[in-house]
Design a protein around this ligand. Structure first.
Ligand code: EPS
Length: 387
């Protein structure tokens, strides 16, 4: 299973084309829209989210509420395009207008300068329009289809905020359904209501100062059997595929599974998850310190993965940079942006992780149509139960 996205931040639309989804999966535009709506929410976003009403059109691959097994095209119109038609239209414009509108001041921390140098763009809008995190809407759309496949197989995925700036959610012993319920009730999509106000406060403070802040997102996947992914080849390790997907989210700088970086200072006896056996359920782990992975394969314990998001680089507070035409230094002062997008990013991370898990399953089992996949998946679980 694979997908591609296309579209510029202020262009006409974002498009996602997904290939390899089994036939006969129930899929409605409401399923995708529910995910898109969640991504649009979250305390700390700027004015753009009030302009966009992200609603998908399914242009191919679905008939009468079910997938056909053919490529699925999901199209998302940018409502803001009407204000940008002159700037982002595909027709040529006269050279004077073109020069007047060029963006020549690269923002530190964004793709602007490197992208301009690489593609020889002297108008940095040609870079920033595609590198913008608006593109994550198209990835959430793909992930919402992945989540439908997973839910048919009894697998649940939850994304929520662990930390914003220096405010951390407490370690809480919650079921995945409780995590989903709490995050959905929280303006900052955290599972810890006690830290909610403090998280909002640091976002307000950053905004007042014209600054931005990042944080930590966690995703849990419940209901996965052991043995998804493979140890036999480096590029088939599912944890590495998930890690790559997480770091591919705009502004994400790091990833860890389970205790993650803490493993640098825990002993082996305090790191690994002891194995037990029950007549009814087969093998199980007594703990889940490794976040559900050994040898690039799932252990059967929940997948627990964290991603760290840096503060958004578009700042009201100026940072030093250099104009690429005049070569003069300037203080980058920028129009609108989000002061914190960590809550929205928790929805994005949930969906990219869901995609990787679903893609691993679809690639591992016969999956031309849903019943075939379900039967193969159930047989596999049954075989493991008595292994
Ligand atoms: C973004 C800047 C802001 C965000 C945008 C990502 O948009 P604008 O420049 O139009 O104000 O709101 O996020 C989205 C549009 C979205 O859908 O998430 C950026 O520079 O990455």
């Amino acid at each position: 299973m694979r997908y591609l996205t296309a579209g510029e931040s202020h262009g006409k639309q974002l498009t996602t084309i997904i290939e390899g989804v089994p036939a006969h999966l129930p899929l409605l535009s409401e399923d995708v829209n529910a995910s898109l709506l969640r991504r649009q929410g979250g305390y700390g976003r700027g004015r753009r989210m009030k302009i966009e009403k992200d609603l998908i059109s399914i242009l191919s691959g679905v008939r009468h509420g079910y997938t056909l097994g053919s490529p699925i095209t999901l199209a998302l119109t940018n409502d803001d395009f009407k204000h940008w038609e002159d700037i982002m239209g595909e027709e040529p414009v006269d050279p004077d207008t073109h020069i007047r509108r060029q963006v020549t001041k690269p923002r530190p921390g964004h793709a602007d300068l490197n992208g301009g140098m690489k593609y020889n763009h002297h108008d940095l809008r040609n870079v920033l329009e595609r590198s913008s995190a608006r593109e994550t809407a198209a990835r959430v759309a793909a992930g919402s289809v992945a989540k439908k496949i997973l839910s048919e197989l009894g697998i649940t995925v939850a994304g929520y905020v662990r930390q914003i700036y220096d405010v951390e959610a407490r370690e809480l012993d919650l079921t995945i359904d409780e995590k989903i319920a709490r995050a959905s009730q929280s303006d900052v999509k955290t599972i810890d209501p006690e830290q909610e106000e403090a998280m909002k406060r640091v976002i307000d403070e950053a905004k007042q100062d014209g600054d931005s802040i990042g944080g930590v997102v966690e995703v849990t996947v419940d209901g996965v059997p052991p043995g998804l992914g493979s140890y036999v080849q480096y590029d088939r390790k599912l944890d590495s595929q998930i890690a790559g997907a997480v770091v591919s989210i705009n502004a994400f700088k790091g990833v860890e599974f389970g205790i993650g970086f803490e493993a640098a200072h825990t002993r082996g006896s305090q790191t690994h998850d002891e194995i037990g056996y029950e007549d009814d359920g087969g093998y199980y782990r007594k703990t889940n310190r490794l976040g559900g992975f050994e040898g690039g394969m799932t252990t059967g314990m929940p997948i627990v993965v964290k991603g760290v998001m840096k503060p958004i680089p578009t700042l009201y507070k100026p940072l030093e940079s250099v104009d690429i035409h005049s070569k003069e230094p300037f203080q980058a002062s920028i129009e609108r942006s989000d002061s914190c997008a960590v809550p929205a990013a928790s929805v994005v991370m949930e969906h990219v992780v869901a995609w990787e898990v679903a893609a691993a399953i679809v690639d591992q089992f016969p999956s031309d149509y849903m019943d075939q996949l379900k039967t193969a998946f159930d047989d596999y679980r049954e075989r493991l139960r008595t292994f």
